[in-house]
Ligand binder design. Structure first.
Ligand SMILES: [Zn+2]
Length: 321
């Protein structure tokens, strides 16, 4: 590992170490949704969102079900720091399916970028649940190396439009956060890999994507983060899921939320994803949610700010509510 990568990871470890007691409690007033098992089945004219942790979501409407960035296996920080082999944990995938009430069949997986905390579990889940995988070229080669059939992959670029039953997915351009000043594991995979990815650095960033999902009469924007000066290219959405893994991103949160003009804004990717899933939601120290909340109020940003706990399902209120 080179010196800048070592310094980056040491800084990350120090920041995450102080984040252990940071729960959702103080922000309970913003929580929406009910435990997934007690949520009503989604109507064809309606949309439900289930939060799966990190930047993972299940979107459902009628018969359609879409998974975004599902990541359940988690990976201990030491395995990332020391580049130990990492792999999906089959027991956790089963647990997550039960707790998250993930249906037995999925129409599509949407992958915002191919770092391990977004892509690691997708090949194993796709093998069990079916569905096509919408991902960058890099993500497609990584999935293929992990066993996904080429016919199930939809390597995608900004501007592409995919239809899955009554759902439409528009692929949008995106940028990755700068984490402590740099982009983790940058680079592309441009040809089939001889071996399956096995260490955190093997899951290269690829070309980051965002998505506009139109289903059940609603428009949902989802990304995993970004940088100031590259606002999302869509607006007037019902729900904006905005990546805040690095907090405000020096004003990027306000810029994104202003341009999205959403009815509801759900900050995302702000939990400590080195914790096991079973320990529940803890904010990561990098995310600084209290500051996001204060910024949203002070700048009178458009949209109602909401939060979701793990494996909770929220039926989006209809327009005008
Ligand atoms: Zn990433």
């Amino acid at each position: 590992m080179n010196r800048s990568a070592t310094a980056f990871l040491a800084g990350l470890a120090a920041l995450l170490a102080v984040s252990c007691s940071n729960r959702l409690g103080p922000h309970r007033d913003l929580l929406v949704g009910v435990p997934a098992q007690s949520a009503p089945a989604p109507a064809a004219e309606g949309l439900s969102v289930t939060y799966l942790g990190v930047n993972g979501y299940l979107l459902r409407s009628g018969r359609e079900a879409i998974l975004v960035d599902p990541f359940f296996s988690r990976v201990p920080l030491r395995d990332v720091l020391f580049q130990a082999p990492i792999a999906p944990d089959p027991a956790v995938l089963v647990e997550a399916r039960q707790a998250g009430a993930i249906p037995g069949r999925i129409d599509a997986f949407l992958v915002t970028h191919s770092h391990f905390d977004h892509l690691l579990d997708t090949p194993a889940l796709q093998a069990e649940l079916g569905g096509r995988v919408v991902t960058s070229e890099t993500g497609a080669f990584l999935c293929e190396a992990a066993g996904t059939a080429r016919r199930d992959l939809l390597p995608s670029h900004p501007g592409d439009v995919h239809r899955f039953g009554a759902a439409t997915v528009r692929v949008l351009a995106a940028r990755h956060d700068l984490v402590l000043g740099s982009t983790p594991y940058p680079g592309l995979v441009t040809e089939p890999l001889a071996e399956a990815p096995s260490r955190a650095k093997d899951w290269r960033l690829g070309t980051p994507l965002a998505f506009l999902v139109e289903m059940g009469g609603h428009r949902v924007y989802i990304e995993s983060g970004g940088v100031l000066g590259s606002p999302p290219s869509v607006s007037d959405v019902d729900l904006a899921i905005v990546g805040t893994a690095v907090g405000e991103g020096k004003g990027r949160y306000a810029e994104a939320v202003r341009s999205l003009r959403a009815r509801y804004v759900l900050p995302s990717h702000q939990d400590n994803f080195f914790n096991p899933l079973s320990s529940g939601f803890h904010f990561s120290a990098l995310s600084d949610f209290p500051r996001i909340r204060a910024t949203h109020r002070k700048l009178e940003l458009p949209g109602r700010l909401v939060l979701m706990d793990y494996f909770h399902t929220w039926t989006l209120p209809g327009p005008g509510k």
